[in-house]
Design a protein around this ligand. Sequence first.
Ligand SMILES: Cc1cc2nc3c(=O)[nH]c(=O)nc-3n(C[C@H](O)[C@H](O)[C@H](O)COP(=O)(O)O)c2cc1C
Length: 194
Amino acid sequence: MTVKLLAMAGSTRTGSLNQALLDLAVAEARARGAEVTAIRLKDFALPLYDGDLEANAFPPAARELKALFVAHHGFLMATPEHNGSTSAVMKNAIDWATRPTEPGEAGLVAFRGKVAGLMAASISPFGGLRGITHLRQILGTIQTVVATEQVLLPFAQNAFDEAGGLKEALPAQILGMTVARVIELAEKLQPPTA
Ligand SMILES: Cc1cc2nc3c(=O)[nH]c(=O)nc-3n(C[C@H](O)[C@H](O)[C@H](O)COP(=O)(O)O)c2cc1C
């Protein structure tokens, strides 16, 4: 089977270090045979989650985003650490994607039995450990299997070379291990896709 992965960063800013890290993971996954849909959350006009909007006018962008989650076996996610947690952008995207869009739909259809590989780039010495740990907990709560391998990139503002690669061998090696595990787990779990 061809593993289909959806890739996103939880930062929307130009020059995002997390987007740069995610780009490497996307290239790695493609090199390992996965089919990757790389999206930018900025391209989705997602309002902040609001139950009234959900009830009265489910935002088309949220519906579109959720359909993408549903249609993939797993996710590659790079999260900034914002005040010790994952970013509001990432959390908001996940919140919308957990909401039912069809009558009688099974709960958590976008996440249950799926696989996630996580990474974080931070300008701090801790590499975004607190933010990625929150993201891991959130995804576990919504029944996604999160690879134990994960990529932490401290001092990320100095971590990339001019070609966009990682200067140090170790994080590049861990990135390869993380992506390989996500593909392996996705092949084993084979959740139903839309
Ligand atoms: C609101 C805000 C809160 C932040 N909080 C943290 C933090 O708790 N820990 C940390 O390591 N970096 C923190 N940072 C710095 C980010 O690591 C840094 O901005 C990083 O470049 C964000 O990722 P990006 O380049 O992908 O946007 C914070 C930045 C912002 C804007």
